[in-house]
Design a protein around this ligand. Structure first.
Ligand code: UD1
Ligand code: CA
Length: 458
């Protein structure tokens, strides 16, 4: 079955109400463009081929499509948006007669693969419609039925009579039908309506007239089929999406202090007894081992954190790996290429970049460690800076096991600090420091002036 199902995804509209330079379907939900959600739902439903109908912002959409892994879906340009039937008609020539077509929308991002599958199954050799019953149906096409309950057509809000406007069962826009029938019906759709548009919904009346079976399917929820037209609806879709994710994660054993104050924009893999406090943002692919605890207001992007590690409030970890039993933060920043061993302590206002730190080492306060290779059980004092950049190139600092770097020292790379070396506080180290010795580089003439008077304001 899946091989002969083709999706046609409408995404040509301007999205005027978004009031944005970005094409509507590229606005993200959960960190992924809406169109990405729709393409993924089609793939997850087993659909082999997707055809995109693009118009406004087509170049930007195409550029984004190129960045996705896997096959780039076919795209056709609908130069003028003459209506949903016209849009489907642009893609249909590329669909074989033997295929079943499912029409999806780039701005209906929460549609589930299960619903798409159910729609495919309902179509068989006829027409399947996804409908939903709303308390407030204004703006939607209404489903018309005869006294026996059979669907006879769809009437758009603008073309509906007062009596028809009372109908609460509405069209979600999603349909499935054999390509061969759809082609024939579309040839008969005109634009004699209030909008002067070619309405896809007119195929329903044509199918009824042909005596083709029309099956309707109710969406799982109104939220699933809600379109996004403005920033308000985008934010609503975002919250719904986040709630779906948190419910799944909580059922999998994630302890969230408050699911309403948590955002996942990617994939989160968790061990047992993982706790996340409020206000955290998880992006990309993040793995948290058993008993990991994340304090409030942390941001983790593409990070692996091993078992038992604690990340304290307001820490930012980006593209790095953290070993087991570490304590990070509060207010720590781990930048790309950071790798920490086990039982490492990185404290407040410490920044690491492209730096590996061995087991049991500590940098507890106010330090910058960039392009460094740091051994085990090293103590990095407050205010230590690796001077890794000469304005043109980056250089490496190497620190041996058990070294002690006194507070407020600068390590001018390329430089190497030996095993067990002891760097006196306030030293500027530009030459290699040997193992097990005290190295000091400090102005020697500390003086105190007896009888000195503080300046006074005259
Ligand atoms: C459409 C349905 C309506 C349904 C509603 C659900 C029609 C005629 N009406 O109305 O019954 O209740 O969706 O949200 O289909 N598009 C194109 N090219 C076009 C026209 C539209 O790509 O020429 C795309 C738009 O970008 C949009 C989608 O199709 O994503 C729906 O078009 P829109 O004009 O918003 O239809 P509605 O008036 O919402
Ligand atoms: Ca719409």
């Amino acid at each position: 079955m899946p091989d002969r199902v083709h999706a046609i995804i409408l995404a040509a509209g301007q999205g005027t109400r978004m009031k944005s330079a970005r094409p509507k379907v590229l606005h993200a939900v959960g960190g992924k463009p809406m169109l990405g959600h729709v393409l993924d739902a089609a793939t997850d439903a087993g659909i082999g081929q997707s055809h995109l109908v693009l118009g406004h912002g087509a170049e930007q959409v195409r550029a984004w499509l190129e960045t996705r892994p896997g096959a780039v879906p076919q795209a056709v340009i609908q130069a003028q948006q003459l209506g949903t039937a016209h849009a489907v008609g642009q893609a249909l020539p590329a669909v074989p007669d033997t295929a079943l077509v499912v029409v999806l929308y780039g701005d209906v991002p929460l549609i589930s693969a299960a619903t798409v599958q159910a729609l495919i199954e309902a179509a068989q050799d006829g027409l399947a419609l996804l409908t939903v019953t709303l308390d407030e149906p204004r703006g939607y096409g209404r489903i018309l039925r005869d006294t026996a309950g059979r669907v006879t057509g769809i009437v758009e809000e603008k073309d509906a009579s007062d009596a028809q406007r009372q109908i609460r069962e509405v069209n979600t826009g999603l349909i499935a039908a054999p390509a061969r029938r759809l082609r024939r019906w579309l040839a008969h759709v005109g634009n004699d309506n209030a909008n002067r548009e070619y309405y896809l919904t007119d195929v329903v009346g044509l199918a009824a007239r042909d005596g083709v079976a029309i099956r309707t399917l109710q969406a799982a929820s109104a939220a699933e089929v809600e379109g996004v037209n403005d920033p308000l609806q985008l934010a609503r879709a975002e919250r719904l999406y986040q709630r779906r994710q948190t419910e799944r994660l909580q059922r999998d054993g994630l302890y969230l202090a408050d699911p309403a104050r948590f955002d996942l924009r990617g994939q989160l893999h968790i061990g047992r007894d993982v706790q996340i406090d409020i206000g955290c943002v998880i992006e990309g692919t993040v793995t948290l081992g058993d008993n990991v605890r994340i304090g409030p207001y942390c941001i983790l992007r593409d990070v692996e954190v091993a078992a038992g590690t604690r990340i304290e409030a307001h820490s930012l970890l980006d593209d790095c790996r953290v070993g087991p039993g570490c304590v990070i933060g509060p207010y720590a920043r781990l930048r790309p290429g950071t790798e920490l061993g086990r039982d490492v302590h990185i404290g407040n206002f410490v920044e690491l970049k492209k730096t590996t730190v061995g087991d049991g080492s500590k940098a507890n306060h106010l330090a910058y460690l960039g392009d460094a290779v740091i051994g085990a059980r090293v103590n990095v004092g407050a205010g230590v800076i690796t001077c890794n950049y000469d304005g043109a190139h980056k250089f490496t600092t190497t620190i041996g096991d058990d070294a002690f770097i006194g507070t407020d020292s600068q390590l001018v790379a390329p430089v190497s600090i030996g095993r067990g070396a002891y760097i006196a506080a306030g030293s500027t180290i530009a030459k290699d420091a040997p193992d097990d010795q005290l190295t000091i580089n400090r102005a020697r003439d500390q003086r105190s002036l007896p009888g000195w008077k503080r300046p006074r304001k005259t």
